[in-house]
Design a protein around this ligand. Structure first.
Ligand code: BGC
Ligand code: ZN
Length: 364
């Protein structure tokens, strides 16, 4: 079969011939239907991240998939014809989180990630997987189910923010009403986080480095968030109008962003770092200012990665909620669906009308 792969650390994506997998006794055979492409895929395609399976030269990309069960083991929890989302991380098998389905908190670092670290991804016509790493997709979500994985990462992040903020007296208020949030980055993660934070009632400013007339900016505004072009407006100046932001969600992956934004945090504020930096760059930071604010204003800055099957199930609830409340805007998020043979189109740099690309193995 032909898969869409990279040869780390060489830049570039290409078709590679690989043997078709045969399911083991506990494995399902799955037909890929649709796979989303995100910033991590682009980073890997530039040779800045990603590791092939041990002893192999190529890594099949793709970690945001929706698939159809073709063959099921005799005692499986899914049947042929079921729609599923595979999760990304495969636990180390050693630590407690990995043994209890929470490999997103793996202690040993010996985990693998499909399409990213040590395991092939889903940009192939079929793949195999065991049931514990598959989450059933409710049929009414089929159209948008390719967004489950990035949504699950946003869900975990917001979850962690709320959990940590249980330290605060304001936790007694309902959800996030009256709270201000700055989302840095409008890629898949930033945009889905914008939907979620708006859905929960926060006042949201989503910043990127693009003008106000892109499709993304349009969607951001239409769901009641503000779009900020950081090339034109300094977020630190805007932060003053808000008395700082209660929540900052960093989803650019640029090390220049978070430590500068630290001074835009409100008293008692919290910043979550989600973007994975690529090439090493050194950045000057105001360590004294950051340290002083963090101590004197009870601030938290923390990192958050990946998601587990529970977050995938919660993500399904979000997708349904967004379809319900923002039907047109949410349906616009996958702006470009290409047949898989045209994979190169999904890896080009963004245009003004691009929100997110996906690749299809079946005509729609
Ligand atoms: C994926 C996560 C993964 C992370 C780091 C992200 O793009 O969505 O599942 O853990 O990259 O590799
Ligand atoms: Zn582990």
């Amino acid at each position: 079969m032909q898969t869409i792969a990279v040869e780390p650390p060489k830049p570039g994506v290409r078709l590679v011939e690989m043997p078709e997998p045969t399911p083991g006794p506990k494995e399902f055979l799955l037909k890929t239907l649709e796979v989303g492409i995100d910033g991590t895929d682009l980073e890997i395609s530039r040779g800045e991240y990603g590791t092939p399976p041990s002893g192999e030269k190529y890594l099949t990309l793709g970690h945001e998939a929706v698939a159809l069960v073709l063959e099921a083991p005799s005692r499986g929890n899914f049947e042929p014809g079921d729609l599923v989302n595979p999760t990304v991380r495969r636990g180390c098998g050693i630590c407690m989180p990995c043994k209890t389905g929470q490999s997103d908190f793996c202690f040993t670092g010996l985990f693998k990630e499909r399409g990213i670290k040590g395991l092939h991804g889903f940009l192939s016509p079929v793949f195999v997987e065991t049931g514990e790493y598959l989450v059933r997709v409710p049929p009414d979500l089929a159209e948008v189910a390719v967004l489950t994985e990035p949504m699950s990462v946003a869900v975990k992040a917001v979850h962690q923010v709320l959990k940590i903020q249980e330290r605060m007296p304001w936790r007694e208020e309902t959800e996030l009403e009256e709270k201000s949030a700055l989302v840095a980055g409008s890629g898949s993660l930033g945009l889905l986080a914008t939907f979620l934070l708006r859905y929960l009632g926060a006042q949201v400013i989503t910043m990127d480095r693009s003008p106000d007339d892109t499709m993304r900016a349009d969607v951001i505004r239409r769901i009641g968030a503000h779009h900020l072009n950081s090339r034109e407006v300094d977020p630190l100046v805007l932060a003053k109008d808000f008395d700082g932001f209660d929540i900052i969600l960093e989803a650019t992956g640029s090390p220049h962003v978070p430590f500068r934004l630290a001074s835009a945090l409100a008293t008692n504020g919290i910043m979550v770092l989600l973007g994975v930096p690529g090439k090493a760059v050194s950045v000057e930071v105001d360590a004294t200012g950051i340290m002083k604010d963090m101590v004197l204003e009870n601030q938290v800055i923390f990192g958050c990665v990946n998601s587990n099957a529970d977050h995938f199930r919660e993500a399904h609830g979000c997708l349904r909620g967004f379809l319900d409340r923002y039907p047109e805007e949410f349906s616009a998020v996958i702006s470009h669906r290409h047949p898989w043979e045209e994979y190169e189109l999904a890896f080009r740099e963004d245009g003004r009308d691009v929100i997110k690309h996906s690749l299809l193995w079946e005509e729609r």
